[in-house]
Design a protein around this ligand. Sequence first.
Ligand code: GLN
Length: 491
Amino acid sequence: MAQLHELTVQELSEKLAKKEISSKELTIHFINRTERLDDKTRAYISINQDNALKQAEQADKLLAKGDCHIMTGIPIALKDIYCVDGGRTTCASRMLENFIAPYHATVTAKILSANMPLLGKLNMDEFAMGSTTKTSYFGYTHNPWDLQAIPGGSSGGSAAAIAAGLTPLSVGTDTGGSIRQPASCCGITGLKPTYGVVSRWGQIAFASSLDQGGPMAKSAVDCAFLLDVISGYDEKDSTSIEQPETSTTKHLEDSIKGLKIGVPYHLFEDNKEVVGEENIQHLKQAIELYQSLGCEIIDITINNLDSAIAAYYIIASAEASSNLSRYDGVRYGYRCENPVDLTDLYKRTRSEGFGEEVKRRLMIGTYVLSAGYFDAYYLQAQKVRQIITNEFKQLFSQVNTILLPTKPGSAFNLDSNDQDPVSIYMEDIFTIPINLAGLPALSMPIGFDNIKRPLGMQLIGNYKEEHLLLNLSHHYQKETDWHKQTPPNFS
Ligand code: GLN
């Protein structure tokens, strides 16, 4: 019989409603697994045991009365970028090591008002800058499929915890790929919604015009249930948008016959070495499956992917240098010991409080915004962003979705790429253009490579069409069982 952590959220919810289990038992199950297994993965930064049990007891009272929300009593863990009132919120940085948030992020508030017990906070790259969790001040997370491999990042703790069965769900954030790339590395499903669908209020800022929170789970169905909890217009976030649909779950079973899937075959052919042979084979099998389900496959050309990485690292770093100026040792967060004057306070606080990668981005960001270089870099990057956005707009007049690899190959080893930030930046070559355009995109597992590391596929949608991506992914997952597999050492 399947164990509790192997069940989908839908199955868990049915068990709760039928009183076959209580939310407290379920919460204890995940806490016990975390105590037993998280030494191997190191996915959690903090565990919220006492509060989680209280929240579970509260959920059980509601469940006893019946007529509850489908998510009532289902535990969840958050990326440690979301503020939890009275709880530690570190963003995996020394700068916020002891920061206690004074309010809930909108995402946190929505989760708690759905009576979902909050298990704890998950590891990530420092300030969400990275693709491995190796920039975390608290040390890195291991991929449950292979402890030598990266879990991906920046939401690597979230992806690893779900794959290892240490939480059924998580909310991650994606500025350039940080939900989709770790989802791909750990063999789970993750959705970056249209920019503005999930509120950024109380989500610690990295690059505000790109940051977007979204659901991470084993399956598309579970992501849809969670998206319905966390999405919604929020007047506290000035970039929040009027919502596309009240519910993505109600579209899961819609027919996908006749939907047009655009596939840029030229990218696979021209970049065989980057994408990887095994990845291409699995992508082709997925394409055939969609064809057999009645979708129309259309060969498309995408021209502007090459320039996306350069534009992204200029724009994201520029925004980061502005957002992170608040960490000055005066207002809140880390402060250096015995500063001699204000300049010394700023300098040492920021030198000691931030890690190498964050400092690299802040230097780049400050440089590209400086008077002499603004036109040459920042303005130019914004033009590239517009060109990419226009190209997608044009492509979505021909197709309903675009299919791409999520990332090059599978997860690489934790001990590789140490000296070379640019090769790590290439991890997001297929995900970054989507953030620049503000579109929704989903990653789901489509198989394993020959050393049993998961491979992922990405589906990109037009604005506000996340329901279509979840619908397409759900149909794929009804025919396959990649998303149901569990890493052998975490059964
Ligand atoms: N890996 C990318 C970066 O380091 C994306 C990070 C993210 O999406 N938060 O900027």
